[in-house]
Design a protein around this ligand. Structure first.
Ligand code: ADP
Length: 616
């Protein structure tokens, strides 16, 4: 029973996907741009005038011309003919004008509405739980969502346009059928059987197209990664130094070829069904024309009626084909865009609470915490227990891979513990509101990132106060020791980092970047500050200097420092030594350094010879 439910929700049918997607599309369009519905109405009027010109007016005109040639009531028929010619010209002019106005406005609003979808996508990507960002399944879904709302579905107006086509063609079909009911009712069954067959062939063809799209999500991401992303500046140095361009092009070729295969299979499958549709159509035309010609020769239809019926046969077929194609287009576009809704609804990995965080002091407690990364087999941390009192400065040391950063990630709730609990002020951190909880921390990770924004924006991160007043940013830069360098930049604090968007952008040195990241943490003024070895690119003395200075700045706040240079932790209240997936030693520097056979004592002795003089 459970498996059945899962299957159902994993793979909703085309109709369900279309319904849900169109609901979203309607609500978004209605909320953001109601005018768009008026534009479709104008299009409809324009189309109806065009059909009037094609179907009805030629019949009326031909009947008048034939009557003229008979010679009776000449003046009346002449006036009528002139009137119908005028009506034809008027309908043509009005139809084209309205259609142009509607189409050009729609193309403008389509860009506007598509940007709204892109905002939602980006918002979701930025707010989703961190662990999703390294889950290949989520990343594939993200690619499908991006493709699904762009050129695959042609966005909101692409889908509304397809629905409009369905409605328009249904109206056209009813108009044509009404004409046949009055003039040639026996033709209808031929048309209906033709429609049934063509609908079926199109349905099969669409299944092939949707299947191809599902396969392309991952292939496109891999292709894009090898061809474009690794060529970006981020990977530029490593890619060049390790001369990996051949390998990358080879891989890109492989994935590119696989995509081509998917497209080829799709084209072949679709071609087969298009061919069958064409044969059905040829029979439909032949039978209809033969019958109508026969009725005209019998005198049951006038010449004008025959012209109209021929046009109606063609319009009926066009409308049936139009309905099938538009329905196929609509369901296809909606199936693609549905991937965007799946992405927006991607469930949170972490449970979200709503307990507010209290002001004042904060005590952190790890209670028997064990953790393994999602999709990993091995525990990274096992039975970690520690209490960090409010205002305490804790140093975390240990060899690479001992789990120090993971400890911080758990504390910041980038992941949830696998076993045990983390408490802050006696409350399990899962119960706190995520937004408020995050405000407790200012963290500088080892792999911190600066953005291609101005230096000021990198520090203040959109704080409105910094818009009009630079003093807080300057203060933070002074504290980290970057202010003097910042003053020398061409545009001072407004200088853009990196050259991605401005050739005058600056490339900070490794040390300057770290200082910028530290300024960002200081600016945030959070009650718990964490430095996770962001100073690895600095020499030991500079690192010591920063940690020491940082420690003074932090003052009475709680602070956690990770460094593999032990001298940087001497001034902390306590030191926790991580080894064998847990905290192996815990105490003050004095206690640990004097512990016989202690890990810390051993590490300290090995390192102290490099810089003991400077830090003593
Ligand atoms: P440290 O900070 O002490 O160097 P980490 O906490 O970064 O150690 O890593 C501890 C272990 O967890 C390592 O074996 C590492 O490979 C693994 N690890 C780190 N991040 C991830 C991740 N996102 N997914 C899976 N394993 C990870």
């Amino acid at each position: 029973m459970k498996a059945k439910t899962k299957k159902k929700s994993d793979k909703p049918g085309v109709l369900l996907m279309t319904r849900r997607t169109m609901k979203y599309v309607f609500l978004t369009a209605w909320k953001e741009k109601k005018l768009i519905f008026l534009l479709y109405f104008l299009k409809f009027i324009a189309g109806a005038l065009g059909e009037l010109k094609l179907l009805l007016l030629p019949k009326l005109l031909i009947d008048e011309v034939v009557a003229l040639s008979d010679g009776a009531a000449l003046e009346m028929h002449l006036n009528n003919a002139i009137f119908y010619i005028g009506l034809t010209l008027g309908a043509e002019f009005l139809s084209r004008t309205l259609m142009n106005v509607a189409n050009s406005s729609l193309s403008y609003y389509s860009v506007y509405l598509d940007r709204i979808l892109n905002y939602s996508l980006s918002e979701k990507s930025m707010s989703m739980d961190f662990q999703h960002t390294e889950d290949p399944k989520v990343l594939d879904q993200q690619t499908k969502a991006k493709d699904g709302i762009s050129w695959y579905s042609e966005g909101i107006t692409g889908m509304l346009g397809a629905l409009y086509d369905v409605i328009y063609n249904i109206a056209l079909m009813f108009a044509s059928v009404t004409l046949f009911i009055f003039y040639c009712p026996l033709i209808l069954p031929v048309q209906l059987i033709g429609m049934g067959l063509i609908t079926y062939f199109n349905y099969r063809s669409q299944k092939i197209a949707t299947g191809a799209f599902m396969k392309l999500g991952k292939l496109n991401r891999l292709f894009g990664y090898y061809l474009y992303e690794v060529a970006s500046q981020k990977y530029g140095k490593d890619a060049r130094l390790y001369d990996s361009s051949d390998m990358m092009s080879r891989r890109a070729d492989e994935f590119g070829q696989k995509s081509v295969d998917v497209f080829r299979d799709r084209a072949q499958g679709e071609c087969k069904y298009d061919y069958r549709s064409n044969i059905v159509n040829a029979f439909r035309d032949g039978i209809s024309y033969f019958y109508m010609g026969y009725k005209t020769l019998q005198g049951a239809l006038s010449l004008g009626d025959l012209t109209m019926c021929i046009s109606a046969a063609s319009r009926l077929y066009q409308s049936l084909l139009g309905i099938v194609k538009a329905l196929r287009g609509l369901t296809e576009k909606c199936s693609y865009a549905y991937q965007f809704l799946v992405y927006l609804d991607y469930p949170d990995a972490l449970s979200k609470g709503n307990t507010p965080v209290k002001d004042g002091e904060h005590e952190i407690v790890f209670e028997n915490v064990s953790f393994k990364y999602p999709r990993a087999e091995e525990y990274v941390l096992k039975n970690v227990n520690i209490r960090i009192k409010s205002g305490e400065h804790l140093s975390i040391v240990g060899l690479n891979g001992a789990g120090k950063t993971t400890f911080i990630k758990l504390l910041c709730r980038l992941y949830d513990v696998s076993e045990g609990r983390i408490l802050i002020d006696g409350v399990d951190i899962k119960e706190y509101s995520a937004e408020e909880y995050r405000k407790l921390f200012a963290v500088v990770f080892q792999d911190f990132q600066l953005f291609a924004f101005s230096l000021k924006d990198n520090v203040a991160m959109g704080d409105p106060e910094a818009e009009s007043d630079n003093s807080k940013v300057e203060e933070a830069l002074k504290l980290s020791g970057l202010y003097e360098d910042a003053e020398k930049l061409d545009n001072g604090l407004d200088t853009l980092l990196f050259k991605s968007f401005d050739e005058h952008g600056t490339e900070l040195s490794g040390g300057q970047r770290q200082k910028a990241a530290i300024s960002r943490a200081l600016y945030r003024n959070a009650p718990i500050v964490i430095l996770d070895e962001p100073t690895a690119a600095l020499d030991p003395l500079a690192e010591y200097d920063i940690y020491k200075k940082f420690d003074t700045l932090v003052g009475g706040k709680s602070a956690i420092y990770i460094s593999h240079r032990l001298s940087s932790c001497k001034f902390c209240d306590h030191i926790a030594v991580f080894s064998d997936k847990t905290i192996k030693e815990y105490g003050t520097h004095e206690e640990l350094v004097n512990r016989e056979d202690g890990l810390y004592a051993e590490m300290f002795a090995a390192q102290s010879k490099y810089y003991v003089d400077a830090t003593a």
